[in-house]
Unconditional design. Sequence first.
Length: 309
Amino acid sequence: MAGESGKIDPMYQFKIEPLAQLNLAGYDVSFTNSSLFMVLVLGALWVFMAGGMKREMVPGRWQMAVEGVTGFINNMLTANVGPEGKKYVPLVFSLFMFILMANFMGMMPFGIVPGVHPFTITSHLTVTAVLALFSFGTVLVVGFWRHGLHFFSLFVPHGTPWWLLWLIPVIELFSFMIRPFSLALRLFVAMTAGHIMMKVLAGFVINGLNAEAAWVPMIVSFPAFVLMIGITLLELAEAAQMIGAGLAAIGAGIAAGGVGNVFSSFLQGALRNPAAADSQQGRLFIGFAAVELLGLLAFVIAMILIFVA
């Protein structure tokens, strides 16, 4: 996190910084922190696969993890495409694991090393756009290769009334062409918003601990820290697929929704009657304590399920 005059800049984590200056035919092709984390993601994915492809008769945990992911992708394609979908398992598996590893790597606590901070490559639209266009292009190539011009029948759903044939194909074509944009924006916005929220909450924790008033850490820092734990578990739940982390994510979501409701109620009352805003602060703090207790309780349950159950 970069900051000036005690202020924390939540956008600093998305800054692309060159690590090795390179120029090719007048173009800047420098090796950046984004490039470094792409290499780290590919390296981590290679280690994950290499350790799980031993083909032992009695599989260990590592092999079971790899087989579990490949089985999940295989079942998903079989259910949506049919038996012929098995041939696309390597492609879908590669995209799935690259995005999963990239999101997971962006959550690693590299910040404990001075001058180092994690970089989430999927928080940049250029990366998500390339992945989306690659997926969209694959669908087009396979579609025209298998069906030829009959591929356009996709835009005329079966059973469409004749008097809607002038409208439905246009709507279907528009919804089909918008898919690469929605895919790219969905991942980009989710990663960017999530990491900005983490930095903002981290700012609450740090500035609250540095405040002169003794009550500020308990009212500001501790609740923000609990929410940071919940949001972190929310992202790690998808990466690790742990039941306990999933419960913590649900609890954190409830807590976050409660905090939002408390904030909105307080702000609405303050706007309607600014003079009474001070008298509502007690209710605001009580509401904070209640909803943050839900997040803390979910975290405790998650830790019990992960490390005890």
